[in-house]
Ligand binder design. Structure first.
Ligand SMILES: Cc1cc2nc3c(=O)[nH]c(=O)nc-3n(C[C@H](O)[C@H](O)[C@H](O)COP(=O)(O)OP(=O)(O)OC[C@H]3O[C@@H](n4cnc5c(N)ncnc54)[C@H](O)[C@@H]3O)c2cc1C
Ligand code: FES
Length: 350
């Protein structure tokens, strides 16, 4: 942010050029300029944003990022999401309209307004942006945290009301640098820098199919945002939403209270929780009776979605989010259930 030098980036083989500040990245500056450059995670892990550096020079925010192999490095490939220009550049990159951001991402200062525990290790963080930036239900943002190298991606849990209120639901990662800063060092009133919105798993508002949302662990926020987006859209008043949420033990289960707050809960909004390890932890989740035994479903969240929705799954629009292992299991289940790929929208949480 601020007064960094700006370089000109040219897409080889086309007339397209865009400006990129020295403290921005090739990918994010392209998206800010309305160019549809492919990406997914934005944090160096997936490799979708690889581009070839034909001329010029870049520095990497994270030289060891797992999204780039040694072979890529030998071929002058760089990760668009990690590469800061230090000169004007010519790059070879695919572009496609589906990657264009309808809400252009911006870098904004934000102050922490409120924290609230949802479970023993998931906390809601509510930020007030210095000025409002639009986002779509299901999108995510990058948070730069004091003392942490590289921003972390977090999905928005709320919907955009034009007031700069951005809410996140974040799961503490044992020994995680970003979540340690968030949970242990960030006080209400503190300022961080937020960059967003990003992400392609946003609510398709022109689609009238009923919706299945599947989330595990840290993946609650985007599916809650999708459900809230449906509830707020009069044109989607006939759309039903089934939200499946999986945790390890009873104390990991959350989100029902937030869904219950939506008009039409039990009629068009349905909550289906499941745990995979019933004996793993004591029951201490805030939404349940202390000491109450788990009497709900036991198994994996993708299995429950298949059991409840059965052969109707391909008639639904599907949104899912969570850790890579869960995302792979959900994808395999949806393929086996013959759900068309264009009806499936997700962000894997690397
Ligand atoms: C699209 C997306 C949405 C997500 N949404 C949520 C959400 O809503 N809630 C939630 O709890 N989690 C979410 N995550 C996961 C989250 O971004 C973090 O990975 C998680 O909180 C652990 O972060 P940590 O810093 O505590 O752990 P760490 O182990 O310290 O870091 C984990 C991640 O940070 C990045 N990273 C690590 N080191 C560097 C570095 N030097 N430079 C740059 N990047 C680095 C990598 O992507 C790595 O996977 C999401 C992830 C993605 C990709
Ligand atoms: S978008 Fe750059 S590595 Fe995933």
């Amino acid at each position: 942010m601020g007064d960094a030098a700006t370089y000109q980036i040219t897409l080889a083989g086309s007339e397209q050029q865009y400006p990129c500040a020295a403290d921005d990245t090739l990918l994010r500056a392209a998206l800010r300029a309305g160019i549809g450059m492919p990406y997914e995670c934005n944090v160096g892990s997936c490799g979708t944003c690889k581009v070839e550096l034909v001329e010029g020079a870049v520095d990497s925010n994270w030289p060891e990022a797992p999204g780039l192999s040694e072979r890529d490095r030998g071929r002058k490939r760089v990760l668009g999401c990690q590469s800061r220009p230090s000169a004007d550049c010519v790059i070879k990159a695919r572009t496609a309209p589906q990657y264009q951001s309808s809400c252009r991402p911006q870098r904004v200062a934000a102050s922490l307004r409120l924290c609230r525990d949802l479970t023993h290790d998931i906390r809601e963080f509510r930020f007030q942006l210095a000025h409002p930036v639009s986002f779509l239900p299901g999108q995510y943002a990058l948070l730069s945290l004091p003392g942490v190298s590289g921003p972390r991606a977090y999905s928005l849990a709320n919907i955009d009301l034009g007031d700069g209120d951005w809410q996140f639901q974040i799961k503490r990662t044992p020994d995680g640098a970003g979540t340690k800063a968030l949970f242990d060092r960030l006080d209400v009133g503190a300022t961080v820098h937020i960059d967003g919105p990003y992400g392609l798993a946003y609510l398709r508002r022109d689609c009238r199919r009923d919706i299945v949302c599947i989330a595990g662990g840290s993946g609650l926020a985007p599916v809650l945002s999708i459900a809230r987006g449906v509830a707020a859209d009069a044109a989607m008043a006939a759309v039903k939403v089934h939200l499946f949420y999986g945790g390890r033990g009873a104390r990991d289960i959350c989100g029902e209270r937030e869904l219950q707050a939506l008009p039409g809960y039990g009629e068009r909004f349905f909550y289906h929780p499941i745990i995979s390890l019933p004996d793993s932890q004591p029951d201490s989740q805030p939404n349940s009776q202390p000491g109450a035994a788990w009497s709900g479903k036991v198994g994996f969240v993708h299995e429950l979605a298949l059991e409840v929705m059965g052969p109707s799954l391909p008639d639904h629009e599907i949104y899912f989010a969570g850790p890579p292992a869960m995302a792979q299991a959900v994808q395999a289940m949806l393929m086996a259930a013959n759900v068309p790929g264009e009806q499936v929208h997700f962000d894997a949480f690397y």
